[in-house]
Design a protein around this ligand. Structure first.
Ligand code: MRU
Length: 363
């Protein structure tokens, strides 16, 4: 997508061909900064400390990190150690393990001298595939938005609620949940997006809102607690969220707070869709309760980042020093609350049979 008229992806190779450049998302929306990752530890830190975030982007970043390590030491031991280091950075998003397993599986049979080049080639392919997957998700999701628009009075916007950030910053480009929104906007279907702020890290306020503004899409930021009220008043036509891991039976793990939105949507008859790239399906897990839920630093809850009126980006404490905080970063929405899974191959019911019909080679 474009930033100030210039096309960017969230990650790209430096001109030297081995280091990676990323948009350092910690500073958005206040500052646009690019960081260079030139050592394996840089990649691990960037994922762990959320310089990059979102399941698809985490997977691609890990792939480039592993590739860089192969230029330094292509041995089996270094491959395994890099896999372990990168895999330990964040436990919930399955794209991380998917990308690391994919690379290691391809590199292991190769002579050491060929591993670095093969790793960069495959990391580049995974990045390109992510873009194509999101484009296809956009096309399938667009048809849903088109149908909803057709049922509304002419010219009335389709009101779409999002949670967390499943926009282009969470992927290599386009985004998952936002791809249908961009396409609807381009097709001149009026859309309006309710952007959940998504405490504690405020991915909605900081990233989704910045993306929507940058693309000229009408949107309003709301606190996480407002969604149910807006649904009761008929001001939400559909919900689209992303996912960090979806089970083979359609249980959806996503940013904390997603489950509450799904409950409110079900109670109000609002369709609740999940944009789901196939690398985010964990075919080894059937029950969402088995997914490891990342517990993050309590300071993410007791402190918030923002920009002062003097223009400094800083962090302030919002709770008493003595008050401990809990910070589960994801929750699981049971398949029964999900209207449909928008994948690159089409829209599936959130069920084992629904996913199996679209991905028969996986079952
Ligand atoms: O910021 P993160 O990496 O903790 O959050 C992940 C997400 O961006 C969301 O959960 C998102 O909806 C799924 S990834 C497209």
């Amino acid at each position: 997508m474009k930033v100030d008229g210039q096309h960017y992806r969230t990650i790209w190779l430096n001109a030297d061909g081995w280091r990676s450049e990323i948009i350092d998302q910690r500073w958005l929306p206040h500052e646009f900064r690019v960081a260079t990752l030139g050592a394996l530890d840089d990649f691990a830190r960037a994922i762990r400390e959320m310089w990059v975030r979102g399941a698809p982007l985490i997977g691609v970043t890990a792939a480039y990190g592993l590739a860089l390590r192969m230029t330094e030491n292509p041995s089996d031991a270094a491959l395994d150690a890099a896999w372990e280091l990168l895999h330990a950075t964040r436990p919930t998003a399955i794209n991380l393990r998917w990308a690391l397993d994919d690379l290691r599986g391809r590199l292991r049979p190769l002579p050491e001298a060929e591993r670095a080049a093969a790793a960069y080639a495959r990391a580049g392919e995974i990045a390109a595939e992510d873009v194509e997957i999101n484009r296809a998700i956009g096309a399938h999701g667009l048809e849903i938005i088109r149908r909803i628009a057709a049922e509304k009075p002419a010219g009335a916007p389709v009101n779409i609620l999002t949670h967390c950030n499943a926009g282009w910053l969470a992927t290599v480009d386009y985004g998952t949940a936002t791809a249908p929104i961009y396409l609807a906007h381009e097709a001149e279907i009026p859309v309006h997006v309710w952007v959940d702020e998504t405490r504690p890290r405020n991915q909605g306020a900081q990233l989704t809102a910045w993306e929507m503004a940058g693309h000229g899409i009408p949107h309003r930021l709301i606190v996480d607690n407002a969604g149910g009220h807006l649904m009761q008043r008929g001001e939400v036509d559909m919900v689209i969220v992303g996912t960090d891991r979806t089970t083979a039976s359609g249980d959806v793990c996503n940013k904390i707070g997603t489950y509450l939105k799904a409950l409110a949507a079900a109670d109000n008859g609002v369709p609740f869709y999940v944009a789901l790239p196939s690398p985010t399906i964990d075919w080894t897990v059937s029950d969402g309760a088995e997914i490891p839920i990342e517990e993050r630093d309590e300071e993410e809850v007791s402190r918030v980042w923002g920009k002062t009126t003097e223009g400094h980006v800083t962090q302030v404490r919002i709770s008493p020093e003595a008050t401990p905080a809990g910070n589960p970063a994801f929750d699981v929405t049971p398949a029964r609350l999900v209207t449909g899974l928008i994948t690159e191959r089409g829209v599936a019911p959130a069920s084992r049979a629904g996913l199996a019909a679209l991905f028969p080679e996986r079952v």
